[in-house]
Design a protein around this ligand. Structure first.
Ligand code: AKG
Length: 263
């Protein structure tokens, strides 16, 4: 994949449909944001990033998150490959996130989870509940989930509870959340936009021969503290490669009190 992507047809009507789904269900799938070839290249680069992370001494095994070693976690995508710096600024993603959170949204982190055969579900959570206290009446976080492989119920499609973005307090989380979960399914090249308030978990990969590779761009309102310290995480070379808008979203400049143009 080059640093630019094949043009994707995402007009005002497609954005309106996506925002309608996000509003009603808390999730929206947009197929074909990347071509299948671009997704395949993205998958190669993801594996290369995993190897580079291990070489740096940053383990791709998250023992506190995943029940076994079949999940490969890649934490610092934005520093590991320029492809991911381009992807986080993809116009389809930017249009959706700007519609939900506003033009001044920021990047909390961008990580990947490759669920290999035999992987099991992690704990159920909502991402917004990890970065802000309740009540969660409005969205201040969103995940743009990039599919580098086909994603199915069997290969570990993210399990989520449609409509759970309306849960405002921890006490309102239903006891039978697990029973209400449905898998997210989409062809390689799609994105899943998931409101940060949706309760979800990784699916179990019950196949014997299919990897499920997803990258999670987690974006928030500007007043939410990012989960990653991008100034520390990005090398000077990676920082120099960021556009002015990406520098703003990553908090790389000394002074944040800027007037933003529209992304
Ligand atoms: O891999 C998945 O399907 C979900 C991952 C997730 O929710 C997380 O890492 O917080």
């Amino acid at each position: 994949m080059s640093s630019t992507f094949a043009t994707h047809e995402f007009d005002a009507a497609a954005l309106a449909r996506t925002m309608h789904d996000l509003h009603d269900h808390g999730v929206a799938v947009v197929p074909g944001v990347l071509s299948r070839e671009e997704a395949a290249t993205g998958l190669e680069r993801l594996w290369a990033a995993a190897a580079a992370s291990e070489r740096r001494g940053v383990s791709t095994r998250a023992e506190t998150l995943d029940p076994n070693a079949a999940n490969i976690r890649i934490w610092n995508l934005l520093d590991l490959d320029p492809l991911f710096r381009r992807l986080i600024e993809h116009p389809v993603s930017a249009a959706i996130v700007t519609s939900l959170l506003g033009a001044d949204h920021i990047v909390s982190n961008f990580t990947a989870n490759i669920a290999r055969p035999g992987s099991e579900s992690m704990g159920v959570h909502s991402d917004q509940s990890l970065v802000t206290p309740p009540p969660w009446h409005t969205a201040c976080a969103i995940n743009i989930i990039w599919c580098f492989t086909d994603v199915t119920a069997d290969n570990g499609g993210t399990l989520h509870v449609p409509g759970s973005h309306r849960i405002a307090e921890r006490d309102d989380v239903p006891g039978d959340l697990a029973a209400r979960m449905v898998p997210f399914e989409a062809p390689a090249g799609s994105i899943l936009a998931m409101d940060g308030r949706v309760w979800h978990t990784s699916g179990r990969n019950v196949t014997t021969d299919q990897d499920r590779a997803l990258a999670f761009a987690f974006l928030t309102s500007p007043w939410v503290r990012p989960q990653f310290n991008h100034s520390a995480a990005l090398s000077p070379e990676s920082q120099a490669d960021c556009s002015p808008m990406l520098r703003y979203r990553l908090g790389l400049d000394l002074w944040q009190n800027v007037t933003l143009g529209q992304p």
